[in-house]
Design a protein around this ligand. Structure first.
Ligand code: ATP
Ligand code: MG
Length: 397
């Protein structure tokens, strides 16, 4: 059996991480500038946006890896926080989740001195007591009891922590918040204002924190509408589909890293690029299938379609069937109508006018349609269009 290093279901292994040089340089330069100048150059905050499966979480893991391996003796504390809807139910749950994760799942480029470990222990105990109290109070909502108003003070806790870190000659802290869009999904935009105020006060007090947030591209404008001053704190970087060089790297790197003796021709890579439109998730999915189907002992490959003639079924199974089922019956009709139109872009006018706008917006919210501009939309990937066409043809037969 040929080893199969492709895994579309989780973030990419940092050793396989492809392309995105500009973004990685931005991150590296930020970290270097802050650590080398001892904080005279202030840290920037980064907002990594991108469509579903474009590699946002993979990028955060890559950042973690850069901090571990490429920081040349700098003392950096970092934490990766994966937010969920329940963490974003209210401000308390949100800030408690961040602090808890920071004190539980952290990385440090140098071993933490005892007094920092003690600080973390004390804070964790404080947070846990606070949480336990809530569970005992038989309230369904995760909220703070009146007498505990100071139990979770995000800014002060981080500031105290920074003072301790600074005493131990730490250079900076990186906090990564993945999937921050859940705050918006629950109409809790005010949390972003709180976070902004805290980030600004930390910065004013000289605490060297870089915050990195990730959110789907389609929700960034909404975030701007809800909390414009918050978004202004971030340098935004949008992850888009790969050009052929990025696709080549994503395909080739795992083979090189794992020393898998399989030579892929340029034409097979081009074929995969064309099929997937350079979308990293689908490249990973296509490669997983391809390697599984290649007979053992194959040393080179020059054709994708002959090995995987059923690739669309494989994509449907992994993704599109579930996508389609997310749509209601009327939305399904709209999706099937879209693929009968001439181009990949469409306006609501072409599918039945104003009355259909709400449905289109719902499909945008479900991630199946992307808004390009005012009154201009497209399906989230052309592969999905192909799936819908196949579905329509199947039904017509
Ligand atoms: N730069 C990259 N190099 C290699 N593989 C990548 C890269 N970016 C993404 N991938 C592949 O795409 C898949 C999806 O990536 P990831 O989960 O990071 O996307 P995401 O944007 O966080 O998605 P979601 O919107 O679902 O959170 C990964 O499993 C990985 O295989
Ligand atoms: Mg993700």
């Amino acid at each position: 059996m040929i080893k199969n290093p492709y895994n579309p279901t989780g973030p990419a292994d940092p050793r396989y991480y492809a392309d995105r040089e500009e973004l990685l340089s931005l991150f590296r330069n930020n970290v270097n500038a802050v650590t080398v100048t001892k904080g005279v150059t202030k840290p920037i905050n980064l907002a990594v946006t991108g469509q579903w499966g474009m590699g946002k979480s993979s990028t955060l893991y890559k950042f973690k890896d850069i901090l571990e391996k490429e920081t040349d003796g700098a003392r950096i504390f970092s934490s990766y926080v994966s937010l969920t809807p329940s963490h974003c139910k209210n401000a308390d749950a949100f800030f408690a989740c961040i602090l808890e994760t920071v004190f539980r799942d952290y990385e440090s480029t140098v071993p933490l001195p005892n007094k920092l470990i003690q600080f973390i222990k004390d804070e964790s105990i404080r947070l846990n007591r606070w949480k336990l109290k809530r569970m005992g109070a038989s309230l369904p909502e995760f909220e703070r009891a009146e007498e505990d108003l100071n139990a979770v003070n995000f800014k002060n806790t981080l500031l105290q922590f920074w003072i301790k870190l600074k005493e131990s000659k730490f250079d900076m802290v990186v906090i990564m918040l993945d999937d921050i869009q859940y705050v918006l999904a629950q109409d809790n935009g005010e949390i972003l204002y709180d976070l902004r105020t805290d980030m600004q006060s930390l910065s004013m007090k000289g605490a060297l924190f870089t915050f990195v947030i990730c959110t789907p591209e389609s929700l960034f404008p909404q975030m701007r509408t809800v909390a414009e001053p918050f978004t202004r704190l971030f340098t935004r970087f949008e992850l888009k589909s790969f050009y052929i060089d990025g696709t080549t790297e994503q395909i080739q790197k795992p083979l090189d890293v794992e020393k898998i003796p399989l030579k892929l021709s340029k034409s097979v890579i081009k074929e995969i690029h064309d099929i997937t439109g350079g979308h990293p998730y689908f490249i990973s999915l296509a490669m997983k299938h391809f390697i599984d189907k290649i007979p053992e002992g194959t040393g080179s490959a020059s054709k994708f379609a002959t090995v995987c003639p059923d690739i669309m079924d494989y994509f449907a199974e992994a993704k599109f069937n579930a996508d389609f089922e997310k749509a209601t019956d009327t939305e399904k009709e709209i999706l099937l109508k879209i693929v009968t139109l001439r181009g990949p872009e469409f306006s609501p006018k072409e599918i039945g006018g104003r009355a259909k706008i709400t449905y289109v917006e719902r499909l945008v919210a479900k991630g199946l349609i992307t808004k390009i501009d005012r009154g201009k939309y497209t399906l989230y990937t052309q592969l999905f269009a192909e799936y819908l066409r196949m579905k329509a043809a199947g039904a017509a037969r």
